[in-house]
Design a protein around this ligand. Structure first.
Ligand SMILES: Cc1cc2nc3c(=O)[nH]c(=O)nc-3n(C[C@H](O)[C@H](O)[C@H](O)COP(=O)(O)OP(=O)(O)OC[C@H]3O[C@@H](n4cnc5c(N)ncnc54)[C@H](O)[C@@H]3O)c2cc1C
Length: 187
């Protein structure tokens, strides 16, 4: 309980969704990670992979963009960050500069786990002192080289397996890359 009490949330992040009156260039990928563009961390073209956005884009001839900015300073001027993320998106996809924004949503949240240097030991593992209680989620220590959604899912399987084991039921096999280096000397 004490170590769980020490867990902290990461700084706020922004998700901006923009409905544009014209499409981005045909060769733009569904997801693009960016670096060196101010607060902008990635740009998604939603109609490439999301049904509702695809239908809207087909109907209107527009594009649905999503811009993410992670780990924004809690003191930042949020309107300014939103404007800067958009300005940077114009640099990444210049064809969006002249697009009219038909609608927009800006979501600010701060509910992601933080992973400070040296914090690994403090994170809960799947199994705790009580065999009836297991923990799953993307902040859980699994011992496997996974993160984010993959860690959430992996820890979910591990948690389910822990209960199934108690009840004598076969669980789900999890595959992973090797957990030790190939060369014994370098391990
Ligand atoms: C903007 C953004 C972009 C991301 N992009 C990627 C990506 O590209 N790839 C990737 O792998 N991961 C990505 N992630 C991370 C991914 O979303 C998380 O790793 C994953 O959702 C964690 O799953 P989880 O089940 O641990 O937690 P969550 O998905 O957060 O689920 C926790 C649930 O618990 C509910 N809850 C909270 N408190 C209570 C309560 N007291 N009672 C009942 N319910 C409660 C919440 O409402 C929520 O539904 C991204 C995250 C964000 C925020």
């Amino acid at each position: 309980r004490a170590s769980i009490g020490r867990l902290r949330s990461a700084p706020p992040f922004l998700v901006s969704r923009l409905w544009l009156d014209r499409p981005v260039a045909r060769d733009r990928p569904g997801f693009l990670g960016t670096s060196g563009y101010g607060p902008l961390d990635n740009v998604s073209v939603l109609e490439r992979w999301e049904g509702e956005a695809a239908r809207w884009a087909r109907r209107t001839g527009g594009s649905v963009l999503e811009l993410h900015a992670y780990a924004v300073s809690p003191d930042a001027d949020r309107a300014a960050v939103q404007a800067e993320a958009l300005r940077q998106a114009h640099r990444v996809y210049p064809e969006t500069r002249d697009a009219r924004i038909v609608d927009e949503r800006h979501e600010w949240r701060a509910d992601c786990p933080m992973f400070p240097v040296g914090g690994y030991r403090d994170r809960p593992g799947v199994r705790g002192p009580d065999p009836a209680v297991t923990v799953a989620g993307d902040m859980v220590r699994t011992g496997l080289p996974v993160a984010l959604m993959e860690r959430a899912v992996t820890s979910g399987f591990l948690a389910a397996n822990a209960h199934l084991e108690r009840w004598g039921v076969r669980g789900q096999t999890l595959w992973t890359v090797p957990r030790t280096g190939r060369s014994p000397v370098l391990r």
